[in-house]
Design a protein around this ligand. Structure first.
Ligand code: ZN
Length: 342
């Protein structure tokens, strides 16, 4: 085995991957932003915040917008995006702003070394009239040791520092840390906003709308979804399902085999099938204006009674559970299709 070279230490804080957004460019979080704006205007910004909510919805974007806003020279709080502060924060070279984006490459946790280095870099007095801003993303991945190291910083706020922890939940954070951070909750954002964000990332409108419907209000999640599958694979599966009404066993078993051995991740296929019957039920029970996940295919929704929709949905969920518990794929899917084809 080749001797391992001793690499120079990777940096503990990385330049953020994309330029930060300004508050006016963030969608779906008017409430938390209004809350921060009120605190800032009243000179009541806390020394430490915990921004919490589902992954990929814009918590880090809001934290970075706050870093811009507290430093911008030309448009305090809202940020201009052009002044020297805005520009240096955007490229990660501003002396008073540090961001830990998460664990180092190939690591699962944010280590005490990362936190110490972050603190060293932030530890001196601000070079300007503005606070030093430290952001720790994925704070739920801080090790206990790393949290203890942070505690000192939280217990002795220097008066000109702002620490923002960003994480999906509080379960792994110690009560001591939590008691010193003001919690700001972020929720999933409306799927129209998710779609608009996807369009800004270059998706076509129809594709953006289809992906957004499966994103659980998280643009970050939407951006990781398989575009090809949602625009072509999903309609193909649902059309296939519709064509199976009254089909014989042989045909059902063949389709089951196709699904079981196809390229597409079966969990995703099952999520689409479940969404189909959920959509049908929603329209049946709540009316034709009810928003549904497969709005682009609404005309093809199965015309079956509520009892059948419920039975199909229940069987789909039961099959999802069975598959997760390693049931035989062919068998489980054949059984499912036998029910759906009734
Ligand atoms: Zn500016």
């Amino acid at each position: 085995m080749a001797a391992r070279k001793s690499n120079p230490r990777p940096p503990t804080t990385n330049a953020p991957p994309a330029p930060p957004l300004r508050f006016g460019e963030i969608r779906g979080h008017d409430e938390p932003i209004a809350f921060l704006r009120r605190a800032w205007k009243g000179g009541r910004l806390a020394h430490a915040y915990f921004f919490t909510g589902p992954a990929g919805i814009g918590k880090l974007a809001t934290a970075r917008a706050l870093a811009l806003g507290t430093h911008c020279i030309d448009a305090p709080f809202e940020a201009c995006g052009r002044c020297e502060s805005c520009r240096t924060i955007a490229v990660g070279t501003h002396a008073d702003v540090r961001v830990v984006l998460g664990p180092l490459k190939d690591k699962r946790d944010i280590s005490i070394e990362q936190v110490r280095s972050f603190q060293r870099e932030l530890g001196f007095r601000s070079l300007s009239d503005h606070p030093k801003v430290g952001i720790i993303n994925d704070a739920h991945l801080l090790t206990n040791q790393a949290q203890n190291a942070l505690l000192k910083m939280l217990e002795e706020p220097s008066g000109d520092s702002l620490l923002i922890l960003v994480g999906v939940n509080a379960a792994t954070l110690t009560p001591t840390i939590l008691s010193r951070c003001q919690r700001v909750r972020f929720g999933p954002i409306p799927s129209d906003d998710v779609a608009a964000i996807l369009e800004a990332h270059g998706h076509k409108r129809a594709e953006a709308t289809a992906l957004a419907a499966y994103a659980d209000g998280s643009p970050g999640r939407a951006l990781t979804l398989d575009r090809e599958f949602f625009t072509t694979g999903r309609p193909a599966i649902l059309q296939r399902l519709a064509s199976l009404r009254g089909a014989g066993f042989k045909q059902l078993a063949d389709v089951a085999q196709e699904l079981a051995t196809g390229d597409q991740e079966l969990g995703l296929v099952m999520a689409v099938i479940a969404s189909w019957y959920r959509d049908g039920l929603r329209r049946q029970l709540l009316g034709a204006d009810e928003p549904i996940q497969n709005a682009d295919l609404a005309d093809a929704l199965p015309s079956i009674d509520v009892d059948s929709s419920l039975r199909n949905l229940e069987t789909t969920y039961a099959t999802m559970i069975a598959l997760r518990q390693n049931a035989n794929r062919n068998l489980a899917l054949t059984k499912l299709l036998l029910t759906l084809a009734r």
